[in-house]
Ligand binder design. Structure first.
Ligand SMILES: Cc1ncc(C[n+]2csc(CCOP(=O)(O)OP(=O)(O)O)c2C)c(N)n1
Ligand SMILES: [Mg+2]
Length: 439
């Protein structure tokens, strides 16, 4: 029986990823093969993105938190038409290629976050979902939704074992980040063997106690089940969603599937060829059937259309709210308001008594905040000491996403927030230094 295009595309992603690793003779084939069905369903049926413009501001965000599975992301970027040609897939893990061993933000078009240290991608996603809520609250108007997107991630066993994921998950539940949807690639395998050797907790109960909406376990190879679960996650507006997907590391590899040896080394030519033959697949490396490429590349036209529609809305919004639109554009371009430094030079006098640096910092923050609408901040439950509270501003909380003061609890992906708000911290410091030099 002829394969349907879904199955054929998933097999393409699997074998392309395995070929990438095989050619480099280094890397991680297992999870790209196991999680291919999850990624395929998400990317072809849900993800709103524009491969021709990876920086479109209202795109859905996608994070591959187990960065070791980078071959999966590179396959997806190539197949959906990002500026990542096949030549780059063949240069995986080579010096100055766009396909480093773990994804790096700024190096490869379409990579949203640098991942590799487990747990970090998970936490970055929470920061992104927070930024989405803050921007939506500040810029959306009743009939114009300028910011309205989801944050998706694929996460792994190791991500859930890392402490930073727990901290971020707890905060995400507290803040009711309903547009955060994570697919957990639950393959029961990690480097040293079965996850049972170290990880037998009840993930469902843990995430329910964080106030998450937990779905599954579902069969990760059943794309209709994955589809239904993502849909259900989208409908849930109050709680972040965790979809537990049972998958098979090294899916289709005759002797290595479901074993730790599929994790971090090439399958080997013989194993890879047998896997391909068992499915009636071409044994040629980097084989991509034409119909699969056409099918996956529909993302290009679809993406252009989605962004075009957004721009149409944007222009209408700009006409009705020019001041707000200008503010938005400036913030997104990383520019400061013209009067950001107004009043700074009146804060201190050479004749003043010595002042603690945190006191001085608090004064500066509060002066800047008066003119810099998108200055936000917070602390790890330490603001009375660190003086980081913006006095005239509200708290950022589930009931009010407009606030400028964040309460991260005694932990936090705080730096992530600064980056995602279009606040270029280094540039701001540089401008301040130049200003001081002039005086
Ligand atoms: C913080 C951190 N600790 C350790 C590692 C090393 N490491 C890379 S992958 C991995 C195993 C993870 O298992 P899992 O997340 O289930 O991935 P899979 O084997 O299923 O691909 C480990 C421990 C890391 N990348 N980051
Ligand atoms: Mg695993």
């Amino acid at each position: 029986m002829a394969k349907n295009i879904d199955q054929k595309s998933i097999e393409t992603i699997r074998f392309l990823s395995a070929d990438i690793v095989q050619k480099a003779n280094s890397g991680h084939p297992g999870t790209p093969m196991g999680a291919a069905s999850l990624a395929y369903t998400l990317w072809t049926r849900f993800l709103k993105h524009n491969p021709s413009n990876p920086n479109w501001v209202n795109r859905d965000r996608f994070i591959l938190s187990p960065g070791h599975a980078s071959a999966l992301l590179y396959s997806l970027l190539y197949l959906t038409g990002y500026d990542l040609p096949m030549e780059e897939l063949k240069q995986f893990r080579q010096w100055e290629s766009k396909t480093p061993g773990h994804p790096e933000y700024g190096m490869t078009p379409g990579v949203e976050v640098t991942t590799g240290p487990l747990g970090q991608g998970f936490a970055n996603g929470v920061g992104m979902a927070i930024a989405e809520r803050w921007l939506a609250d500040h810029y959306n108007q009743k009939h114009h939704q300028v910011i309205d997107h989801y944050t998706y991630a694929i996460i792994s066993d190791g991500d859930l074992q890392e402490g930073v994921a727990s901290e971020a998950a707890s905060l995400a539940g507290n803040l009711k980040l309903g547009k955060l949807i994570y697919l957990y690639d639950s393959n029961g395998i990690q480097i040293e063997g079965s996850t049972n050797i170290a990880f037998t907790e009840d993930v469902t109960k843990r995430f329910e106690s964080y106030h998450w909406h937990v779905i599954g376990p579902i069969d990760g190879d059943d794309i209709e089940a994955v589809d239904a679960a993502i849909r259900s996650g989208q409908k849930e507006s109050e709680r972040p969603t965790l979809i537990i997907c049972k998958t098979h590391i090294g899916h289709g590899a005759p002797t290595k599937q479901d074993t730790a040896s599929a994790h971090g080394e090439p399958l080997g030519e013989a194993e890879l060829q047998s896997a391909k033959q068992a499915l009636g697949w071409s044994v040629d490396s980097f084989y991509v059937p034409e119909d699969v490429l056409n099918h996956m590349r529909q993302a290009v036209d679809r993406g252009k259309m989605i962004e075009k529609d957004w721009h149409r809305q944007w222009h209408k919004w700009k006409e009705s709210s020019l001041l707000l639109a200008n503010k938005f554009e400036k913030a997104m371009n990383g520019e400061l308001p013209d009067d950001w430094d107004q009043g700074l030079d009146e804060l201190f006098n050479p004749t003043d008594k010595p002042v603690a640096t945190r006191e001085a910092s608090g004064k500066v923050i509060n002066s800047l905040a008066q003119h810099t609408h998108n200055l936000i901040g917070g602390s790890a439950d330490l603001s009375p000491s660190t003086k980081t509270i913006i006095k005239d501003a509200e708290d950022f909380k589930a009931e009010d996403y407009s606030g400028h003061n964040f309460h991260f609890g005694a932990s936090a992906p705080a730096d992530v927030l600064y980056q995602k708000f279009g606040i270029d911290v280094e540039n701001t410091v540089l401008q301040a230094k130049n200003l001081l030099k002039k005086q």
